[in-house]
Design a protein around this ligand. Structure first.
Ligand code: SF4
Length: 481
């Protein structure tokens, strides 16, 4: 069975994950985001003045054959050079044949340890055929700020990681033989669940390996500082089974007590204090942001979050509710338009309420720095209140929250009957991450119908965020009566 660097990455996380993946013949995910593909192409273009060849990697065996042919030709640079040794396949983004340099391209600000590990694997395979002089990472400079044309020399960074990649290479051959033995076995390796199920990535086989973990388990307790693994080793799986004298944080203990008593905590005094701080008209505000690997606009850094949309529900003292929203044109720098429209829409007085206000405040401050509305925007900052606070501080706590307090956790518990308030009923955009990803690539789309659908989905998603805050505010008022 063919083994690739991606398999090696899985093996390093968990031997059983590696085995399950190969047995189930899971295909490697090839559908990189458009932004990542664009970044790789941009980097490869820096080599194009030399004699280059792009390998077609759709057939990995043919790709190896082609690479071998090209090495003995007058080609100087091979893109996606592919090698195979004893069933192990390795690919590098760029191979400089003459100078014996291999390059990996990653849209990150530094060569992360996980990347070094897979680079080691690739180097090990390639070094069976060629003496490699240098192993380089091409990544990006996070501090670079675009001004005019993208400046390749300032934006891209080449890090020489030869020493790290060649370090303890002999250990690799042992690992590769364990990988082969693992695959020859008919049975899954006997691996217990542990931290590795979530680190560095959440494993896709948790539904199998975690089957014995019951509902309302020790893993639903928050603020445990990793102590749930101590409980697990003692054979304690359910919250109800946790001994009262088990040493845990105050917050974790409170969660356990409320769970065992099946009791909802409502601290009326503190909830009332919070509500009294809010001044009408109350502006419930939520931003959506996107980031680009390659800065698209002046005064933008790689990965810098840029607000492109907001939803605003305004609740007046007489109970009237007004909704305003803005979604920027995906082809232009949205910052000036977002700032201008927000200042027109938001009331001149009254509180501004956000869920986890530090994010919305940081976006307002960014807009103040980067647009022509500095003073007006900074004035807004002092009017902010945080509607997550009563839940974060556990003034209101329902055991069904499982120690968490995000909008997606609160809504189905507080409003189980109201399907309008459930994110899973949305289409295309169900998370802030979806919104960022989909909007960030929208300017590259040609399909007008798809673009229209995405825009509608973005508006619905953001609308739900602020409507949810209004409903939560009303709920908090109701429980204190
Ligand atoms: S769930 Fe955990 S033990 Fe099971 S395969 Fe994944 S990482 Fe390994």
């Amino acid at each position: 069975m063919d083994i690739t660097a991606n398999d090696y990455k899985k093996f390093l996380q968990c031997q059983k994950l590696f085995w399950l993946n190969k047995i189930n013949q899971k295909k490697e995910k090839k559908e990189f985001s458009k932004q990542k593909q664009y970044f790789k192409k941009y980097v490869k273009d820096t080599f194009r003045q030399r004699n280059c060849f792009q390998i077609d990697t759709s057939d990995i065996k043919k790709a190896c054959f082609m690479t071998a042919e090209l090495i003995n030709s007058d080609t100087e640079i091979i893109f996606d050079a592919t090698f195979c040794f004893d069933g192990f396949y390795a690919m590098v983004d760029v191979f400089d044949i003459k100078n014996k340099i291999i390059y990996k391209i990653k849209p990150s600000s530094y060569p992360k340890q996980g990347y070094i590990e897979t680079f080691r694997y690739s180097y090990y395979i390639i070094s069976k055929f060629i003496d490699i002089e240098k192993c380089n990472f091409i990544h990006l400079n996070k501090k670079y700020t675009r001004a005019g044309e993208l400046n390749r020399d300032e934006f891209l960074v080449i890090s020489d990681v030869t020493k790290q990649v060649k370090y303890k290479n002999e250990v690799l051959s042992e690992k590769l033989s364990v990988m082969k033995q693992t695959l020859n076995s008919q049975k899954a390796p006997n691996v217990s669940i542990g931290k590795h199920c979530n680190e560095p990535y959440e494993c896709e086989y948790k539904s199998i390996c975690w089957e014995h973990i019951p509902k309302d388990s020790i893993f639903d307790i928050t603020y445990t500082m990793g102590k749930h693994w101590e409980l697990y080793e003692q054979g304690i799986y359910k919250i109800d089974e946790i001994p009262d004298d088990f040493n845990l944080s105050k917050k974790a203990k409170e969660q356990i007590e409320l769970h065992k008593a099946n009791s909802i905590k409502i601290d009326k005094e503190n909830i009332q204090k919070f509500i009294k701080k809010l001044v009408f008209p109350i502006n419930f505000l939520d931003f959506e942001t996107f980031s680009s690997i390659m800065p698209r606009f002046d005064n933008q850094k790689p990965f810098e979050q840029i607000p492109f949309q907001y939803s605003l529900h305004i609740l007046y003292e007489d109970g009237r509710l007004e909704h305003k929203e803005f979604l920027a044109d995906e082809n232009d720098d949205p910052r000036e338009d977002v700032a201008k429209n927000l200042l027109q829409d938001i009331t001149k007085e009254g509180s501004i309420v956000a869920f986890n206000k530090s994010f919305e405040i940081s976006m307002i401050k960014k807009l103040a720095r980067q647009t022509s509305y500095k003073d007006e925007l900074l004035e807004l900052v002092k009017r902010f209140e945080d509607i997550a606070h009563p839940f974060q501080s556990r003034y209101y706590y329902d055991p069904k929250f499982n120690g968490r307090y995000s909008l997606k956790v609160l809504l189905p518990v507080l409003f189980p009957e109201n399907s309008e308030l459930h994110y899973e009923n949305l289409s295309l955009v169900k998370h802030g991450g979806d919104a960022a990803e989909i909007y960030g690539s929208l300017y590259m789309e040609d399909d007008e119908k798809f673009k229209q659908d995405v825009k509608e989905a973005l508006l619905k998603y953001c609308h739900l965020d602020t409507l949810a805050m209004v409903m939560i505010y009303k709920k908090l008022k109701e429980v204190t009566v």
